[in-house]
Design a protein around this ligand. Structure first.
Ligand code: BES
Ligand code: MG
Ligand code: ZN
Length: 471
């Protein structure tokens, strides 16, 4: 793919972008023959075929259209027409388009080429595909092209791994992928197997992993910048490759969705790819505690009392509340061993957050006004929205145990996503800037590229934007 600042005489393919207002004011008069077929409304597309070539009229919606909406338009356009669009030099006409909007347009075109399942054939998106756009300098176009490609690579990797069926993403397979990825991007890769985790005392993580047929893989990925005094982001992603519920077995009806229980980890993965490709001037320490939550004779049992990495004891009352167990050790290991400015965890953590917000937004919890506001603003900007929920201490009473410091569920049918967040808070080792994103309802759902629920890529553009613009 190339973005080029030029305009030739003849094109066999043109993308002609209009807002409703532009269309009403001038476009409609200029293109009289199609004025009854095209309106400029959001997602409206009219294809005009001439002898010389094809013009795609693309509606952007109202004049003040937000940038993320331009990405939505391009995404849908790309998904719908990727078989028809030719890999040829293509003229883009968009008179009033801002630089940001153009960037979002390219991101949408590119992320829209994601095929499911597993086809990497980015139909029209090959070196023969050039977009010619006169309104921006070549320097700006180069930067936009690079950003769009990096976002697309990050988001595609995220979606690809989340969508994989359980048998194709066993812990060893995913670990090998991460190891190779780290090599490719010059990211430091560390992994602790079961033996090492036992030595280190990662008991909460191990309690979930002990029932697995696969070895533990508590994975640390460190992206480092050469820029001095750069900020450090600590990221923890829930990485349960399949969640059967363990001995507290799930109902089978929707169990196949639980291949998506690594949605926190894949969001972190996509962000790392973006940061590395863009060489962002920040440091990132990412922890992915990889395991499945299996049912086996070795699996942990309700009533077990285990000791977490930070020394706190946990009474396990439900083995299906496994995410908070592995995140507990992920968070305290990160907090104790690395100095970070921000500590953010992402997890497909609770059905409670799904019942509350459905697929409209993720649930946000934070002990820092600064980080909370940053995340809320970036969520609105990227349309990967979050809604803030409380971390009041009243909720802590609900996780007091008679036999341990904490219990892993409250046993009350209320506000489990808040209870879970309150549980995690006990493991951040007083980190002053922590946020927890419960993305159970938004990581996996309705998408334009598949009939059934599939990976949305939630979290990648959110974190990428946050880290890129706040360092
Ligand atoms: N992975 C699930 C949460 C989940 C639910 C993710 C729906 C995506 C869609 C988590 O491990 C879990 O099982 N949570 C239980 C906790 C309960 C036992 C306290 C839940 O929410 O039902
Ligand atoms: Mg579970
Ligand atoms: Zn889970």
């Amino acid at each position: 793919m190339k973005l080029i600042n030029k305009k030739n005489k003849n094109y066999t393919q043109v993308f002609h972008l209009f807002t409703e207002e532009e269309w009403a004011k001038s476009g409609r008069n200029f293109h009289k023959n199609i004025s009854t077929f095209f309106t400029g409304k959001k997602h409206d597309v009219f294809i005009q075929v001439h002898e010389e070539g094809t013009v795609y009229f693309i509606g952007l919606g109202k004049l003040g259209v937000q940038s993320f909406e331009v990405q939505q338009v391009a995404l849908k356009f790309s998904q719908t027409y990727k078989e028809k669009i030719q890999a040829v030099p293509t003229l883009v006409l968009a008179d009033l388009m801002s630089e940001r909007q153009f960037e979002e347009f390219i991101k949408g075109l590119l992320t829209g080429t994601y095929h499911y399942p597993f086809e990497k054939t980015h139909a029209f998106w090959n070196p023969g595909f050039e977009l010619h756009f006169e309104n921006l300098s070549q320097k700006k176009l180069d930067h936009i092209g690079k950003k769009a490609e990096a976002i697309s690579n990050g988001q595609t990797a995220c979606q690809e791994w989340l969508n994989k069926p359980a048998n194709l993403k066993k812990p060893d397979i995913f670990s090998l992928y991460l190891k190779n990825l780290a090599k490719k991007y010059d990211i430091k890769y560390t992994v602790f197997n079961r033996k090492k985790c036992e030595e280190l005392g990662l008991g909460a993580y191990l309690s979930v992993n002990q029932g697995s047929a696969y070895d533990a893989a508590f994975t640390i990925l460190e992206y480092k910048t050469t820029v001095k005094n750069a900020r450090t982001f600590g990221l923890v992603g829930k990485c349960v490759l399949f969640d059967t519920g363990g001995i507290s077995l799930k109902n089978p009806d929707n169990m196949h969705y639980m291949k998506s229980d690594m949605g926190g980890a894949t969001a972190v993965l996509g962000t790392l790819i973006y940061a590395a490709e863009m060489q962002l001037p920040v440091n990132i320490v990412a922890i992915l505690p990889i395991t499945d939550n299996a049912i086996s004779e070795k699996a942990f049992l309700p009533s077990d009392v285990i000791t977490a990495y930070n020394g706190k004891t946990i009474e396990v009352l439900n083995t299906d509340a496994e995410g908070r167990m592995i995140l507990a050790d992920g968070l305290s290991y990160l907090a104790k061993n690395f100095k970070t400015d921000f500590l953010i965890d992402l997890a497909t953590l609770t059905g409670s957050s799904v019942r509350m917000f459905g697929d409209t937004c993720g649930a946000l919890f934070s002990n820092s006004e600064e980080l909370k506001n940053l995340l809320l603003t970036t969520g609105d900007k990227t349309n990967q929205k979050l809604w803030n929920l409380p971390l009041w201490d009243i909720w802590k009473d609900d996780i007091r145990s008679d036999v341990a410091d904490l219990k892993n569920i409250s046993m009350k049918p209320i506000g489990d996503c808040i209870v879970a967040a309150k549980f995690l808070e006990q493991f951040i080792e007083n980190h002053p800037k922590w946020a927890h994103l419960d993305i159970a309802g938004v990581a996996f759902g309705n998408v334009g590229y598949a009939k059934e629920k599939a990976a949305t890529g939630f979290g990648v553009q959110l974190l990428a934007d946050l880290i890129e613009n706040y360092h």
